[in-house]
Design a protein around this ligand. Structure first.
Ligand SMILES: [Fe+2]
Length: 318
């Protein structure tokens, strides 16, 4: 008999997320060594004790991004930034910020080590807790840092959690993570996170604006994603996006655009992914610069930046 993927039963999907669910035997997760000072929930006992230089780095990053965001960041992001008042001076205190956020959408922000296992990350999201890295970048890595630091996690992600529909989407994403793990389709669901939560664009009237944290927390991509001629911009189609490759080390060759957060919610959460997972080959992906015949293309990029060599080549992000 051929070996088939484990079939998910209705009973499996009725998961109780109030406690960390048991991982089934067949589910693969990357082995991460849990530091001695954290429990199974991987929560740090308290937020990092930042130096005055750390706080100045936050302020400088905040000032730089704030200049670039008007006209480029989604209205929901700008509204969230204002509601939470993250530019008060220094790295925000998670407790106070969580109180404000909790009043708005029932979310809190919790400190974790730099990397936590997927299933723990999903479990926190399913409980409306956003795990945020504690450390902040240094002056040496001020311009570009690949690992998400507290500036990326808090400045980039938390403002969007003040939007009720997006906040619900993030919780459902956490639940969907457990389902994807059971089907061994985490890479596909990861692509959805990548092209929405990290690098999503939204149509606002005649303009495109960014709502993805990966775009909004860096100085280059916030301009490139919205204005450059190189990248493709394609309307989000969930089946297509979940088959699309992504690289984490450079600007994106393609961005996916949503009409609204309600539309994002409809296309994902209200869709049953069982059928999609069953029909998704584990190894096949579209190249991240490809435009395919099902695409509704907003604009087809020149790909000049990547054709000239991308990051490290001196190519301009045009
Ligand atoms: Fe992120």
């Amino acid at each position: 008999m051929n070996k088939v993927d484990p079939v998910v039963t209705t009973a499996d999907l009725d998961t109780d997320f109030s406690v960390l669910p048991e991982l089934a035997e067949h589910v693969f997760t990357a082995p991460l060594q849990r530091p001695d000072h954290v429990n199974e929930d991987w929560l740090e006992p308290s937020q990092y004790d930042y130096s005055s230089e750390d706080h100045r780095i936050w302020d400088d990053l905040f000032a730089r991004q704030s200049q670039l965001l008007p006209g480029r960041a989604a209205s929901a992001f700008m509204a969230g930034l204002e509601k939470l008042d993250l530019g008060k001076g220094g790295v925000p205190e998670f407790g106070r910020m969580s109180e404000e956020l909790d009043k708005l959408t029932g979310w809190t922000v919790v400190p974790v080590p730099m990397l936590i296992p997927d299933h723990v990350f999903f479990w926190h999201l399913a409980n409306r807790r956003f795990p945020a890295g504690n450390f902040i970048r240094t002056r040496e890595t001020f311009e570009y840092i690949q690992e998400p630091d507290v500036f990326h996690d808090v400045f980039g992600h938390v403002p969007m959690l003040t939007d009720p529909t997006f906040a619900d989407y993030m919780q459902e994403y956490g639940k969907a993570g457990w389902k994807a793990m059971r089907y061994n389709r985490l890479k596909a669901l990861g692509a959805l996170y990548w092209y929405t939560v990290e690098f999503g664009l939204i149509q606002e009237g005649d303009d495109l604006r960014a709502y993805g944290a990966g775009i909004l927390s860096g100085p280059t991509e916030v301009v490139y994603a919205v204005e450059a001629n190189s990248p493709n911009r394609i309307m989000l189609n969930v089946d297509r996006v979940m088959r699309t490759d992504y690289v984490i080390s450079d600007l994106q060759p393609t961005y996916f655009v949503i009409e609204s957060f309600e539309d994002l919610f409809r296309q994902t959460v209200e869709r049953d992914f069982d059928h999609l997972y069953k029909n998704l080959s584990a190894s096949f992906t579209y190249a991240n610069s490809a435009v395919i015949d099902v695409d509704y293309v907003v604009n087809r990029g020149t790909q000049e930046y990547h054709l000239r060599g991308g990051r490290g080549s001196g190519a301009k992000p045009v």
